[in-house]
Design a protein around this ligand. Structure first.
Ligand SMILES: Cc1ncc(COP(=O)(O)O)c(C=O)c1O
Length: 398
């Protein structure tokens, strides 16, 4: 028999799908390469460049020789700066020793899950959810337990349903506010109700992913770790990718109690070492400055959010929630399924939108919600307007 390396792959590799977002983004690039006019609303990536003062801080740091390995948990000044930020902006009591810089928030999520979740531990996911939580929980041999809320609940699973799902094996509850893909934002009261449920369990921790905290249009940002008794029960995840338009720089962080932070640091030390040192210097500058550019970008996302809401308000048979945060819209399009031959699923609808109407979106099944599709409005207003007109015209044909 001939040697076939493909047969040697661990079953784990089958869990790590490239993902619907990457697949749809690639399909739209392929169509563009063939000369087709395609607007892509697939990836969750700010169209803005990183603010100039942050870029300058990085080049200055490089010129000053900050090009070597970083301490694994991050440079001390940035750990101090982030602990201060969490205290002053989020009300989370935090010591610098609890902060671990990572190569993107995604790695911080992985560090947390790999450090906490063991064989058979239950990881509670609130659908619709960001897909990486589920795959990483499976990498850790954990068992995802999916609880789902629809548009009628503003995409937020009530605390009572979380309480009812808990078992002695429950280990980690994943909370993502503002939420990718729905834009839902949890109020202080909703978080208090969840915190009470969490605290009633002997071993339940919360992974609170707050990466979209600065992309907020309605309501106020609340961190569950700031609530009484929750600091020791929460790993807060955040980073620079979305709010500061620094996706390509790869810098995120986790913040939690010290023994867990040390375990996460050891995980990261094994897999990738510390985050890029001159990027951390740039992040220091980003953190220390007033949030002027962050606010300017937020305002632009709000204009786009309003464009999306207006466009969808005029569409029959499609339901869209209010989108208080993030740069995603997640309309329920399930009433359109079955109206045309070959369009019975979110995947088929997305393929049809792309191939026949030149708009790339992502099927909601990638987020545990096959009745919806996701549109990212982190695209320029002209492109967005064009895409919305195309979607409107396409849906009118169904
Ligand atoms: C909810 C959520 N968490 C984390 C991340 C990852 O962020 P980063 O680019 O910093 O790894 C993303 C990126 O899309 C996200 O949507």
């Amino acid at each position: 028999m001939s040697f076939d390396p493909a047969r040697l792959l661990s079953p784990r590799t089958a869990l790590a799908d490239e993902g619907a977002i990457i697949r749809m983004a690639q399909k739209s690039r392929d169509l563009r390469a063939k000369g087709r006019d395609v607007v892509s609303l697939t990836v969750g990536e700010p169209d803005f460049d990183t603010p100039a003062f942050i870029q300058h801080a990085a080049t200055k740091a490089m010129a000053e020789g900050f090009t070597h390995y970083s301490p694994v948990a991050g440079i001390p000044e940035l750990r101090v700066g982030i602990a201060q930020k969490l205290e002053t902006e989020n009300g989370i009591p935090m010591k610098p020793e609890g902060v671990v810089l990572a190569n993107g928030a995604k790695q911080a999520v992985a560090n947390a899950i790999l450090s906490l979740v063991d064989q058979g531990d239950e990881v509670i996911l609130l659908a619709p959810y960001w897909v990486s939580y589920e795959v990483t929980a499976r990498f850790a041999n954990g068992s995802p337990v999916v609880l789902k809320a629809g548009i009628e609940e503003n995409y937020k699973v009530p605390a009572a349903r979380i309480a009812a799902a808990l078992t002695p094996r429950s280990k980690l509850l994943v909370l993502n506010s503002p939420c990718n893909p729905t834009g839902a934002v949890w109020s202080k009261q909703e978080l208090e109700e969840i915190a009470d449920v969490v605290k009633s369990h002997p071993q339940l921790m919360v992974l609170a992913d707050e990466i979209y905290e600065y992309i907020l249009f309605d309501g106020t940002m609340h961190s569950i770790a700031a609530l009484p008794g929750m600091a020791e029960r929460t790993v807060t995840i955040n980073g620079f990718s979305k709010g500061f338009a620094m996706t390509g720089w790869r810098l995120g962080y986790s913040a939690c109690v010290e023994p867990l932070a040390k375990a996460m640091m050891r995980m990261q030390s094994t897999i990738s070492t510390g985050a890029n040192q001159f990027v951390q210097r740039a992040a220091l500058a980003a953190l220390a400055a007033p949030r002027t550019e962050v606010e300017e970008m937020r305002k632009r996302y709000q204009i786009r959010r309003d464009m999306v809401l207006k466009a969808f308000a005029g569409m029959n048979s499609v339901a869209l929630g209010p989108i208080p945060g993030t740069f995603y819209a997640f309309p329920d399009v399930s009433h359109l399924y079955g109206r045309k031959a070959g369009i019975d699923t979110a995947e088929q609808l997305c393929d049809w939108l792309l191939e026949e109407h030149g708009v790339a979106t992502v099927p909601g099944s990638a987020f545990g919600a096959p009745e919806s599709i996701r549109l990212s409005f982190a695209a320029g207003e002209t492109e967005l307007e064009k895409a919305l007109e195309r979607i409107k015209a396409a849906f009118a044909k169904l």
